[in-house]
Design a protein around this ligand. Structure first.
Ligand SMILES: C[S@@+](CC[C@H](N)C(=O)[O-])C[C@H]1O[C@@H](n2cnc3c(N)ncnc32)[C@H](O)[C@@H]1O
Length: 250
């Protein structure tokens, strides 16, 4: 199934390639940098135990409200309209104190859905059928029924959930694109992630942009390069190709 939101760096186009490279068997699936959860939603069930995690509190609150208060969230959203005025109001309000989790989740959902390229900053000016998007949340709630939702820094999450039979899928902010995310991530965090993954018991699969820094950090692991079409065409009307890396410890 599709995710219910778009997200910067979302793996909508790459998820098949990623899932094709998963190991044959594992009993727990851990999506460390969850975002919109495109890989999680790529299958009805990856494993008996599934964990979705992200450091962005607004995103985690939205996932939790879909899972635990879907009807209330849908009711809150049924009063909302797709307009520039409301977009600007919600954008400036969704993280302020004084609203309930459901109000916060509804405003954040609207900001993602009506912003330009889901950047949560500028109004997208796109006509969208909000009621279809809101109805779809019921399907997402069902999919999340047995998924544990966490709000932790990656290192702490891995420490808690790593086991010999785990598959840990990681899609961190790409090196050089960290500024697009609300959750801070810097060069030291890329190094800290590498140090963490050197010492895990389970299997990991990591998706990254292709650059020298990342290739050097992961030179002792299994690195595969895959070419992908960029959604945006260049000025000559040709598709832009760029490389991504899939890195595994198996
Ligand atoms: C490339 S996006 C993930 C996209 C996701 N795979 C999808 O398909 O939508 C990276 C995510 O990492 C999260 N993040 C940033 N720093 C983090 C940290 N220290 N621990 C966990 N998640 C973090 C960001 O909030 C962002 O949602």
């Amino acid at each position: 199934m599709n995710s219910f939101i778009s997200w910067i760096g979302g793996k909508k186009l790459l998820r098949k390639e990623i899932m094709n490279r998963f190991p044959e068997s594992f009993n727990r699936y851990i999506e460390v940098f969850g975002g919109a959860g495109w890989v999680l939603f790529g299958k009805d069930k990856h494993a008996d135990i599934e964990i979705y995690n992200d450091a962005n509190g607004d995103l985690v609150n939205l996932f939790k409200c879909v899972k635990y208060h879907c009807g209330e969230l849908q009711r809150e959203l049924s009063f909302m309209l797709n307009s520039r005025e409301l977009f600007l109001e919600f954008r400036d309000q969704y993280s302020l104190n004084g609203s309930t989790d459901i109000q916060r989740a509804a405003r954040f959902f609207m900001v993602i859905k009506t912003s330009y390229g889901s950047d949560c900053k500028s109004y997208g000016c796109v006509k969208r059928n909000i009621s279809v998007m809101v109805d779809y949340l019921t399907d997402i709630q069902k999919r999340l029924q047995n998924v544990v939702i966490e709000h932790k820094d990656f290192q702490n999450l891995i420490k808690v959930y790593d086991r010999i039979d785990a598959l840990i899928y990681l899609d961190p902010p790409y090196y050089g694109t960290e500024k697009y995310y609300q959750a801070q991530f810097n060069k030291d965090d890329h190094v800290r992630l590498n140090e963490t993954l050197k010492n895990i018991k389970g299997k990991f699969l990591l998706s990254y942009n292709d650059c020298e820094f990342i290739r050097e950090l992961y030179k002792d692991f299994n690195i595969e390069e895959i070419q992908r079409n960029h959604n945006l065409k260049n000025k000559d009307g040709k598709s832009n190709m760029y490389n991504e890396l899939i890195i595994k410890n198996y």
